[in-house]
Design a protein around this ligand. Structure first.
Ligand SMILES: Nc1ncnc2c1ncn2[C@@H]1O[C@H](COP(=O)(O)OP(=O)(O)O)[C@@H](O)[C@H]1O
Ligand SMILES: [Mg+2]
Length: 265
């Protein structure tokens, strides 16, 4: 089931996928995936473990070839214009790719140098500030909490300002506070105009972050729309008067408070 976006102009589309298929041996992981992501949106690809989320991200980031179908990223075909696609994207995988021995600032400066950008120190300082890592800038990453590492990893992927970024399960394995820190970082990205495609297996993550949500199930997108559109797919809830009980997450956060970048692990 697909709910067509109101503004469907081609130039507004950052990612466009049609009929994507991929099998590994006898396993048909993707059986015809269709999706469009508008420029500047946060798009969540939601699916259980093994649904094929990473496979989609790998195809879109040119690390893997589809068996059939087409995909364009920032206007470029992933099959025939792979180099252009790579220049337009960054990919942050499920496991933080930061160097533990270096400080946060050194990690950022290193990537800016590798990309031959002028003023690597200034680029690093700006990103440290945006991701609330200034106080921890000169500490080795080995002393960072999980949320700080993931934020640094996302910051590193922004060097060079790619218009499209892929975040594969950005908060899997993080504690609730660290997840919220990462959510803030992702929201900031989209406010700056970056298109974000993230994968997640968490319903609340998609609910909190995404402008649009697509559910990948048994190799296809079974539903695609805004949270409100998805809610309308179900009959209206019966009205009941009950006391609103705090969620476990509410309780946890009210007891432990919200950690800033001083937290250590
Ligand atoms: N290189 C591969 N070789 C064989 N099977 C694979 C390979 N990559 C992924 N798979 C299988 O494809 C399915 C989807 O994997 P994946 O895309 O990683 O799912 P998700 O990211 O949603 O958890 C899984 O059943 C996985 O075992
Ligand atoms: Mg995965």
């Amino acid at each position: 089931m697909s709910i067509t976006p109101a503004t469907g102009q081609v130039e507004q589309t950052a990612i466009s996928v049609q009929g994507l298929e991929k099998s590994f041996g006898q396993v048909n992981v993707l059986r015809g995936v269709d999706l469009d992501v508008a420029r500047g949106d946060i798009f969540a690809l939601l699916g259980s473990n093994g649904a094929g989320k990473t496979t989609v991200v790998k195809i879109l980031s040119t690390l893997l070839r589809a068996d059939a179908g087409t995909a364009r990223v920032n206007g470029f075909d992933v099959r025939t214009q792979a180099a252009d696609v790579r220049a337009a994207i960054s990919l942050t995988g499920q496991f933080a790719a930061v160097d533990e021995i270096l400080t946060g600032r050194e990690n950022l400066v290193l990537v800016a140098r590798l990309r031959h950008l002028p003023g690597p120190g200034a680029i690093a300082d700006d990103l440290l500030r945006r991701f609330s890592l200034t106080e921890a800038a000169n500490r080795r990453v080995a002393t960072y909490s999980g949320g700080m590492r993931r934020r640094l990893d996302i910051a590193m992927s922004l060097i060079g300002n790619p218009p499209v970024i892929f975040l594969d399960e950005p908060t899997t394995g993080l504690d609730p506070e660290a997840r919220i820190e990462v959510w803030h970082a992702v929201k900031e990205l989209a406010e700056g105009g970056t298109t974000v495609l993230l994968t997640t297996q968490y319903l609340d993550e998609a609910e909190q972050l995404a402008d649009r949500i697509a559910i990948l199930h048994e190799g296809r997108i079974v539903v695609n729309g805004t949270l409100d559109e998805l809610r309308q797919l179900l009959p209206p809830a019966e009205i009941e008067y009950v006391e609103k009980r705090p969620t476990l997450e509410d309780v946890f956060l009210s007891l432990v408070g919200t950690r800033t970048d001083k937290g250590q692990r």
